[in-house]
Ligand binder design. Structure first.
Ligand code: ZN
Length: 293
């Protein structure tokens, strides 16, 4: 990516570092026809139930949980360590997603609330519980915060064979996608549907994940239009999307592939939805809750 060090200085990311421990995120999902209505309402300037009603209600409920975890955090500027460049890069990428989604929300007459990013090594605590390196990058809806283990970034290049800064950026943009879903109430709807229809819980989870991939593609398109993409970047993101597909991970860990247990989608599905976002730059194409997905 053509995001340069001077830019690291220009942007003061909302990233924080934390050295400490924890569990699972990606566990909040939700529904189908209603989801599209909400998506359309937000992106086309409609209303979510009155003057700030639904959306603000959701955010209001979450405010209480937000104060939970002070943790042991160090301001990014005060953390001189070998991960500094990686942390600065993550901050720049996060900042670019904030610019993009703030503009999209503003077009729809809404205000975007950025998600803080916590970078950690080893383990950390979130309102969703403990997070360890085994969990991987994730978004916790309760504290509306993105958690990324810096070791996972390095694993992308080695274990998952998806090297490159844009691969890391894709992962971050995907987690921001979950924040968007949370802000729009999509996650809550999916979770309600999962609870009322357990046999479809995994499929709903896959649809939610694929939508986050599509949102990541929207961000990649925005980088492209600003000339931040370099040769090979798109391939890096696509190989990362493929590398973290459930089929690939399942094969690596068990040697077998069983679509019934997927919660994130196949490599092909993930690449397809990322590309759908990238090719159009339009969030409204990210309808992963339709018949075909
Ligand atoms: Zn995800």
């Amino acid at each position: 990516m053509a995001r340069t060090p001077p830019e690291f200085e220009r942007r003061r990311p909302s990233a924080r570092r934390r050295e400490c421990e924890g569990p699972n995120p990606h566990r909040r999902q939700e529904g189908i026809p209603v989801i599209l209505a909400i998506l359309a309402a937000v992106f086309f300037g409609g209303s979510l139930g009155g003057d700030g009603g639904g959306l603000d209600d959701i955010l209001g409920q979450l405010d209480g949980a937000r104060q939970q975890e002070p943790g042991q955090e160090v301001a990014l500027d005060e953390a001189p360590d070998p991960d500094a460049d990686l942390a600065a890069f993550a901050g720049v990428v996060l900042g670019s997603t904030e610019d993009l989604w703030a503009a999209i929300f503003a077009d729809a007459g809404r205000q975007y609330r950025p998600a803080p990013l916590v970078l950690f090594t080893g383990s950390t605590q979130s309102a969703c519980g403990g997070a360890t390196s085994r969990v991987g990058p994730h978004y916790c809806p309760l504290d509306q915060t993105i958690y990324v283990d810096l070791d996972f970034f390095r694993d992308l290049a080695t274990r998952f064979q998806a090297p490159g800064d844009f691969a890391q950026a894709y992962v971050l943009a995907h987690e921001v996608g979950h924040h968007i879903q949370n802000l729009l109430g999509i996650s809550d709807q999916v979770r309600t549907l999962q609870q009322s229809n357990p046999p479809e819980a995994n499929e709903l989870s896959v649809r939610l994940e694929l939508q986050a991939d599509c949102f990541a593609g929207i961000w990649a398109y925005s980088e492209f239009t600003q000339d931040f993409l370099e040769r090979g970047d798109l391939e890096e993101a696509i190989s990362a999307a493929a590398a973290v597909g459930d089929d690939r991970i399942q094969e690596m860990s068990t040697g077998m592939i069983n679509p019934e247990t997927w919660t994130h989608g196949s490599s092909e599905q993930r690449v397809d939805w990322f590309r759908a976002g990238f090719d159009s730059g339009d969030p409204n194409v990210c309808d992963t809750f339709g018949n075909d997905y």
